[in-house]
Design a protein around this ligand. Structure first.
Ligand code: UFG
Length: 337
């Protein structure tokens, strides 16, 4: 087996859903991990190892102390607000947290000579895509403040790279789902808005049905089609992206999806199979801000970094989510260990 060198990472937002899976993967590899999270959305119990610091990603003094105390090879940034609908009602909060504070983080990195950065970006930067699957070279045209807040920071990274020593990878996630197969960490948003955890709340006895937001979309069964990617496959992509930068590679932007779309109705059917529960569904109006279909081409990251998703089947993804939610029906706040 090839010898693996160990590195030190600052994981901003590492107590959240995706960040906590990356922290676990890095700790298991033997890398040095410092997690910074203000716990406004994240959970201390989700951080399975390394050093934990409670603090704000825009606190340049605190960042300076971290960078002075611990030499950091690479910063990964998961500390964003993620609700499309909420961003429409609270655009200033989204731009402050996702764009302005990220700029503070980048300034602190520059001041302390930390020059490698991995951004959690999103398929929302594409807005209403003109063709499927979506490639990284397709135009970005966000349709909501959340997508703009990420597109802005991608532009800021591009400009900062031209002016400074910074190198970065922007990872545009499609629909992150599932949980670590250990069942110890998983998705725990409050309030929850994502399809799979909401569907699973029905067999958990926490809601009596799942609402299907629109059955008149221009898709085969009339419900929205999404590209679901397992959170541990996302984690692996972060590690490969960091390795690219640590090996001296150039900045890059990659889509992350499994390249196959599944409808809302299909996901509900698969959850019925996994849980053995009838899961009543009710048709509801379209949700503002949704697109009919979002499916990635991930050909670029496969070709350039050798990334291969281990979970290419949404049923297997739902099984891991179900294990987590059964063991932790109220997330990290009690109701499980
Ligand atoms: N849906 C329902 N009922 C529900 C919840 C969701 O029918 O109760 C539908 C949505 O309308 C959508 C699909 O299920 O068609 C998936 O919805 P999610 O909320 O799980 O995910 P989104 O595709 O809306 O959002 C994801 C990320 C966002 C990102 C967006 C676009 O969570 O952060 O993709 O890239 F912005």
């Amino acid at each position: 087996m090839a010898k693996r060198s160990h590195h030190s990472y600052l994981i901003v937002g590492g107590a959240g859903y995706i960040g906590s899976h990356v922290v676990k993967a890095l700790v298991e590899r033997g890398d040095q991990v410092v997690t910074l999270d203000d716990l406004s959305k994240g959970h201390r119990a989700a951080v399975s190892g390394g050093q934990f610091i409670t603090g704000d990603l825009g606190d340049r003094q605190l960042l300076g102390e971290i960078f002075t105390t611990t030499p950091i090879d690479c910063v990964m940034h998961f500390g964003a607000y993620i609700e499309v609908g909420e961003s429409v009602h609270k655009p200033l909060e989204y731009y402050r947290n996702n764009t302005a504070k990220t700029t503070d983080l980048l300034l602190a990195m520059k001041e302390h000579g930390v020059d490698r950065f991995i951004l959690s970006s999103t398929a929302a930067v594409y807005g209403e895509p003109q063709r499927m699957p979506i490639e990284e070279t397709d135009p970005t045209a966000p349709t909501n403040p959340y997508g703009h807040s990420k597109a802005f920071i991608e532009q800021i990274l591009h400009d900062a790279e031209a002016a400074h020593d910074l190198r970065y990878v922007a990872l545009r996630y499609f629909n992150a789902a599932g949980a670590d197969p250990s069942g110890t960490i998983g998705e725990a948003h409050h309030p929850e808005s994502h399809l799979i955890p909401l569907v699973l709340q029905v067999p958990l006895g926490q809601r009596d049905h799942i609402a299907i937001f629109g059955t008149d979309w221009p898709t085969p069964d009339g419900t929205c089609v999404r590209d679901y990617i397992h959170v541990n496959d996302l984690a692996e992509a972060h590690i490969l992206a960091a390795q690219r930068l640590l090996d001296g590679g150039d900045s890059a932007t990659y889509n992350l999806g499994c390249e196959t779309g599944y409808s809302v109705k299909t996901i509900i059917d698969l959850a019925r199979e996994v849980t053995g529960h009838a899961i009543p569904a009710q048709e509801a109006p379209r949700r503002p801000g949704d697109s009919a279909t979002l499916v990635a081409s991930s050909a670029r990251i496969k070709a350039e970094l050798g990334w291969t998703p281990q979970y290419d089947d949404p049923k297997a993804i739902i099984e891991t989510a179900w294990r987590w939610h059964q063991g932790h029906p109220r997330g990290y706040e009690g109701g499980g260990d």
